[in-house]
Design a protein around this ligand. Sequence first.
Ligand SMILES: *Cc1c(COP(=O)(O)O)cnc(C)c1O
Length: 383
Amino acid sequence: MNTMRKRTIQIAQPVTGEDEWRAMRESIESGWLTHGPKVNAFERAFAERHNVKHALACTSATTGLHLALASLGVGPGDEVIVPAFTWVATANAVLYCGATVVFCDVDRTTYNLDIEDALKRVTPRTKAIVPVHLFGLCADIPTLRKKLPAQVKIVEDAACAAGGSLGNTSAGALGDVGVFSFHPRKSITTGEGGMVTTNDAKVAEVCAMLRNHGASVSEQERHHGAKPYILPEFNLLGFNYRMTDLQGSVGLVQLEKLDRFIDERAKWAAWYKKELSGISWLRQPGEPDAGRHAWQSYVTYVDPAKAPMPRNDIMQLLQDKGISTRPGTHAVHMLGFYRERFGYAADDFPGARDCDRNTMAIPLHNRMTDDDYKYVADTLRSI
Ligand SMILES: *Cc1c(COP(=O)(O)O)cnc(C)c1O
């Protein structure tokens, strides 16, 4: 009889507690609830940590991508290149702008965009490209920049890459604009939340207006200003994508823990790589030649030619043993809306199709114990 307690190891679990509670309570008691001093402080700290001049908080990476593209002037008639294997929001944001999504394929080992395939899809209408730092591994933006026509803007989908870098350059400072997520599935969280980063003062200014109804004077300035009769100007069609100060105060606390979280994940990622290297049917994730993987998740690739059973059966078996797994993410061109609206077939992007079918994220997060990791590795080896 198995007397071991039944384990449940989740795929991801945020680390929030007393510190975050105290910070949020302070905001609530201060009476300043929406974008205010805490969000401003979070933005400054985030910009500093990622070595970038401007950071603008918003409600999610999805709205951040919308803001980033809109502030670059992406609109109807423009084409934006997006890797086909990513979270659906990367492509949706392009459609929110009324622009055309042009998918490119991805590399089966890095899961990031296939640069040569992306370059083939550039046309005179291409306004931007959105390389994704999937699962925390930075896409090779320096190489992409060298080969792209100068007028094509680069928007990093850095939703998974807070704290990551390529060479000495931080995620969020590699392209023209970067976008981060603070959803609980990411390394640091504000419940929901996002951040847009840029070194371009003009983009930052437009972004700040767009997230606040297109207003050209911030609420805070108005609040503290000497002229109560002055209302902001509204010269742009904006949105309400403001982060609350409750979230900003939590973000500040979480940001201080980011490097510790990543270091711990990196340690266990290296351990997984060593422990799982003997499993011939399970390929381990890639790492940057130089720089830092942000390890948002640990995504393996089940080789269908060698695996003892189909990936989904392996995932079910692990679930039955209390280990949560997930497909890495999805191939967006195979999702119902995109398939039906644009008529894609799975085989149009074979790399994305294969990653959709064969990737498997295994648990890697900051609430796991040493025993949890050993249990995951032992269970995988026993298959
Ligand atoms: C999580 C994620 C998003 C969306 O982030 P939200 O903050 O939930 O909107 C976008 N792109 C990628 C690659 C993601 O992983």
